[in-house]
Write a protein of this length. Structure first.
Length: 216
């Protein structure tokens, strides 16, 4: 089995959640706060919330609130259609979300001041990840490590990593390309649709894709 130039370092990922002072009671306030709230809050309500909303049609907290508390189904669908795989910058993601809300309010201005059934409470996530003793020198060890990862750590390495790397990839694919040179395998992992599977399903798909390459 081919040995890596540098080992893959697994981490134990956890997130400290802080409640921010911003509250949105209307769509107009949501549009305003989307422009000014911290990037950590944008991250929490999109990338991080995906961990909890895998089986929902509305994968971000913003889309969930707009549907449930504002009863604006068309706008909720537009926000849900924002594909996180297209973004490696939280500022670009903020602009995409805010623009969709503002465009909706231009078409339906009366919706801006209509009170929501409940306010939206902005939060933010602070990464508190630490290196584990577990490392991988080859694909077999990588698969074994992935098999025993917590779901939160799997989310960290496969989904949240896109922002950390500033690339449209994940930690596993990035390591495979630069240390083993298996570009086709890295591309295959990147094509896994993490929207339409649970994190357990994501783990199984990654392991399934790794298996045929372990003999190389």
């Amino acid at each position: 089995m081919k040995q890596a130039k540098e080992p893959f370092q697994f981490v134990a990922a956890s997130y400290l959640i802080r409640i921010r002072p911003e509250r949105a009671h209307t769509l107009g306030e949501m549009a305003r706060d989307l422009r000014t709230v911290s990037e950590a809050s944008i991250f929490y309500h999109t990338f991080q919330s995906l961990e909890a909303h895998h089986y929902s049609a509305f994968s971000s907290d913003f889309a969930q609130w707009i549907m449930a508390a504002c009863n604006e189904a068309a706008l909720a669908e537009r926000l849900a259609a924002v594909d996180l795989r297209d973004f490696v910058s939280l500022e670009d993601l903020r602009q995409a979300l805010a623009r969709r809300v503002e465009e909706h309010l231009k078409v339906i201005p009366r919706a801006a001041d209509r009170p929501a059934f409940e306010p939206f409470h902005f939060c933010e996530a602070v990464d508190a990840s630490v290196p584990l003793e577990t490392r991988a020198q080859d694909l077999g060890e990588l698969a074994e490590g992935i098999r025993h990862l917590s779901l939160q750590t799997l989310h960290h390495h496969f989904i949240n990593s896109r922002l950390r790397l500033q690339l449209r990839t994940n930690d596993f694919s990035n390591w495979i390309v630069h240390n083993l040179g298996f570009n086709d395998l890295a591309d295959k992992l990147n094509r896994i649709d993490f929207y339409n599977t649970s994190l357990d399903g994501l783990r199984e798909q990654i392991l399934q894709d790794l298996e045929p390459w372990m003999k190389q």
